[in-house]
Structures are given as C-alpha cells and as structure tokens.
Design a protein around this ligand. Structure first.
Ligand code: AMP
Ligand code: ZN
Length: 129
C-alpha cells in the first residue's frame, strides 16, 4: 500500500520514534507546530476515526496519556493540545493523533470564519431532530 505511515512502520522511511509497543508507534512530526509535536499512529492501517478498531482506539488513548506525561516531563511544556483530522483536512490517510506541546506565551491559533457560525439552537436541532 502506498501509505507513508505504513512505510514508517515497516522501517522503509526513517522517523524519530519516541514510543512504540505492539499496536502503536509515536514519532516526531517533520513539520512541528511546536517543539515536541508528536504523532501517534496504529501499526495496522486504518484510514480515519470512522473505521478504527475499538481496542486500538483505546490503546491510542493510553499511549497518548503516557506520551503526554513524557513530553511534559522532558520538555517542560505547560500543556498538550490533541488534534485528530478525519477526511477533509486530513493530509495523511492513515489514522493519527497529534500531540502538540503548548508553551506559555507561545502563539497557537485555530482560526475559523466567525461569520459562518450559525445559531447554536439551529445546529442542535439539525443534529438531534
Ligand atoms: P494531517 O493534516 O492531520 O493529516 O497531518 C499530517 C501530519 O503528518 C503533518 O503534520 C505532517 O507534517 C506529518 N508528516 C507527514 N509526513 C511525515 C513523516 N514522514 N514523518 C513525520 N511526520 C510526517
Ligand atoms: Zn497506512
């Protein structure tokens, strides 16, 4: 399969791996948003959240807790922001969780079009009715 993250798992592409076990691997992002920006991926190929195996999802959560603590201890970050893109906005089509260390007084922005935001009641009705 022509998937760069599968190639990383198979050792065909090098990575700065900081954690690995039977089902997941975590390595440093090549275009870090902050120092220590890490990606956690399942060793098995799943495209996104919708087709992820339940046990592996649990495992990603556990690994993300461990790695979060590791980054906090080693890099002295003041926080960790997790991000996980699915379909639109997802560059690599192999499930991955971003762990982005946050440092006090360092810029980190998620910008959206505020004029495209609809009334919360209207959105709620669309989702639950
Ligand atoms: P996303 O937009 O959520 O799919 O994010 C994909 C991420 O993978 C980006 O932050 C890239 O910088 C990162 N990335 C792409 N190729 C590699 C690679 N070979 N090693 C490490 N990170 C990578
Ligand atoms: Zn893959």
């Amino acid at each position: 399969m022509d998937c760069i993250f599968c190639k990383i798992i198979q050792g065909e592409i090098p990575s700065y791996t900081i954690y690995e076990d039977d089902s997941v691997k975590a390595f440093l992002d090549i275009q870090p948003l902050t120092n220590g920006h890490t990606l956690i991926i399942p060793k098995q190929h799943f495209e996104n959240l919708y087709d992820m195996d339940m046990e592996i999802l649990k495992h990603i959560e556990l690994a993300s807790q461990k790695i979060g603590k590791l980054l906090k201890e080693k890099l002295n970050c003041q926080g960790i922001t997790r991000l996980q893109n699915n379909e639109y906005g997802q560059e690599v089509k192999h499930y991955h969780m971003h762990l982005i260390p946050r440092y006090e007084n360092e810029l980190f922005e998620l910008k959206t079009d505020k004029n495209k935001i609809t009334e919360t009641q209207e959105i709620f009705d669309k989702i639950v009715k």
